[in-house]
Design a protein around this ligand. Structure first.
Ligand SMILES: Nc1ncnc2c1ncn2[C@@H]1O[C@H](COP(=O)(O)OP(=O)(O)O)[C@@H](O)[C@H]1O
Ligand SMILES: O=c1ccn([C@@H]2O[C@H](COP(=O)(O)OP(=O)(O)O)[C@@H](O)[C@H]2O)c(=O)[nH]1
Ligand SMILES: [Mg+2]
Length: 209
């Protein structure tokens, strides 16, 4: 018994039991800027697993969990759900995926989200994609989205834009200040936006090779 314990301890001490941290790319941008649309293309071309924080929260809300009602009221007011709830859902999704390359879409939405993810997972993003889009265009896209989302109405959309400007843009600016931001003009056709996205991922792959 003792020898088994000793063996595992020495394995950790010489580093062989230490796992490599996964690669995480945060995908940010205002509501309707095209995050989900572009992530689907990135998955096809670059082998990432895609987790939309909003989709995970909506699934949790519909699962009948004890947080369901709280999540629904936050989403319908365009407010940001407490970090611990979202970080737990993201961590669980990453663990269950079996992958080690993740696109995390629509998160972190504020400084508290950012700090909580880093503290709980120990992961910092490799880089951050930011889809830059004028408000009028985002509004048009949201009102035409037709996915039956309760928050895709003009009143909630305006609240979401306000939260984006006040709470999420500072996170974008933080990543810009540390040189991790990849800003993309999202006010173009889907295929044109993806051409720019591809360039970013291709240049990162080259650096890793
Ligand atoms: N470049 C684009 N041009 C026009 N419509 C777009 C573009 N990208 C996405 N859309 C559409 O706009 C809506 C919002 O896109 P989505 O990817 O869900 O954005 P987000 O996840 O940032 O809210 C969807 O109906 C989508 O089909
Ligand atoms: O990390 C997150 C992501 C989403 N949301 C909530 O979920 C809503 C919808 O987010 P989603 O990313 O799906 O919207 P999108 O930006 O794609 O329109 C937001 O307005 C917030 O209320 C949140 O609280 N924390
Ligand atoms: Mg989305």
């Amino acid at each position: 018994m003792e020898t088994v314990v000793d063996a595992s301890t020495s394995e950790e001490a010489n580093g062989s039991a230490v796992e490599k941290k996964p690669t995480v790319v945060f995908v940010l941008g205002g509501p309707g800027s095209g995050k989900g649309t572009q992530c689907a293309y990135i998955v096809e071309h670059f082998g990432f697993s895609h987790f939309s924080a909003g989709d995970l929260l909506r699934a949790e809300m519909n699962s009948g969990s004890e947080n369901g009602l709280m999540i629904r009221s936050m989403i319908n007011e365009g407010k940001i759900v407490p970090s611990q709830v979202t970080v737990n859902l993201l961590q669980q999704a990453m663990e269950e995926s079996g992958n080690d390359k993740f696109l995390i879409d629509g998160f972190p939405r504020n400084e508290e989200n950012r700090a909580a993810f880093e503290a709980d997972t120990g992961i910092e993003p490799a880089f951050v994609l930011f889809f830059d889009c004028p408000k009028e265009e985002m509004e048009r896209r949201i009102l035409n989205r037709n996915q039956g989302r309760e928050d895709d109405n003009i009143e909630t959309a305006r609240k979401r834009f306000k939260v984006f400007l006040e709470s999420s843009l500072p996170v974008v600016e933080y990543y810009e200040s540390i040189g991790k931001l990849q800003k993309i003009d999202a006010a173009r056709a889907i295929e044109e936006v993806f051409e720019s996205v591809k360039t970013v991922f291709a240049s990162i792959n080259e650096k890793e090779d």
